[in-house]
Design a protein. Structure first.
Length: 193
C-alpha cells in the first residue's frame, strides 16, 4: 500500500502541536500577537479575516482582541451554504451569535448583511498544518482555502499564515492546487517568501 507523504506530515505536525502544554500555547499566542502587531501590513488594514483556533492551532483569541482594540473589523470563515468546499467571510464581534459547523468548528451564524466579499478583505490570516521555506502551505486536507482563493491572485497576495514554530518543515510535497503564502508568522519569526 502506497503511503501519501502529505498525510504522514499532516499527522506528525498535528500531533506535535497538540502535545504543546497550555502554558506553551499561551506563551506562543502572546509572542505571535507581538510579532503580528509589528507588521507594517497591519497599519493600513481595516478588514481582517482570521479564524478561531481548533485542534492545537496557535490561539487566535488574543490577536482578535488586539484587532478590536485597534478598531479593526474582524471576519471569520463560514462554510459556504451553496458552494460546497468554499468559504465566505462574515463579520465577527463579541456579540456575534455562533454555531458549530459540520466539522464541529465554531463559526458565526449566517447573516448575509455581515458578509464581506474576499476582494474587500485587507488581510486574510489562514490556518495551516505545516509550511516550508518556500511559503508552501499544507492545510487540514479539505481544500477550503485553496478553492476559495484559487482564482483570486490579488487576495492570495494578502494571505498570511499563522503557525507554531514546530509547524515549519524543510520541503513540502506540493499539489497542483496548493496556494503558496507570501508571509507566515510564528511566535519567533516573520517569514517572507
Amino acid at each position: 500500500m502506497l503511503v501519501d507523504p502529505r498525510q504522514v506530515i499532516r499527522k506528525q505536525i498535528r500531533q506535535a502541536r497538540q502535545q504543546l502544554s497550555a502554558l506553551q500555547q499561551q506563551q506562543a499566542a502572546q509572542s505571535l500577537c507581538r510579532q503580528f502587531l509589528s507588521l507594517p501590513e497591519l497599519i493600513k488594514s481595516q478588514h481582517i479575516a482570521i479564524y478561531l483556533h481548533h485542534d492545537g492551532e496557535i490561539a487566535t483569541t488574543e490577536l482578535i482582541a488586539a484587532f478590536w482594540q485597534l478598531g479593526k473589523s474582524v471576519y471569520l470563515p463560514v462554510l459556504h451554504p451553496f458552494t460546497a468546499g468554499h468559504l465566505i467571510f462574515q463579520r465577527y464581534q463579541a456579540t456575534t451569535e455562533m454555531t458549530a459547523n459540520k466539522y464541529g468548528i465554531a463559526e458565526p451564524k449566517l447573516n448575509c448583511q455581515d458578509i464581506k466579499v474576499v476582494a474587500e478583505l485587507d488581510l486574510i490570516l489562514t490556518p495551516l498544518v505545516a509550511f516550508d521555506a518556500h511559503g508552501q502551505r499544507m492545510g487540514m486536507g479539505g481544500g477550503f482555502y485553496d478553492r476559495t482563493f484559487a482564482k483570486q491572485p490579488l487576495a492570495q497576495q494578502r494571505m498570511l499564515g499563522l503557525a507554531h514554530d514546530c509547524q515549519r518543515i524543510d520541503n513540502m510535497p506540493i499539489a497542483a492546487w496548493d496556494v503558496p503564502l507570501p508571509v507566515v508568522i510564528t511566535p519567533s519569526a516573520i517569514y517572507r517568501f
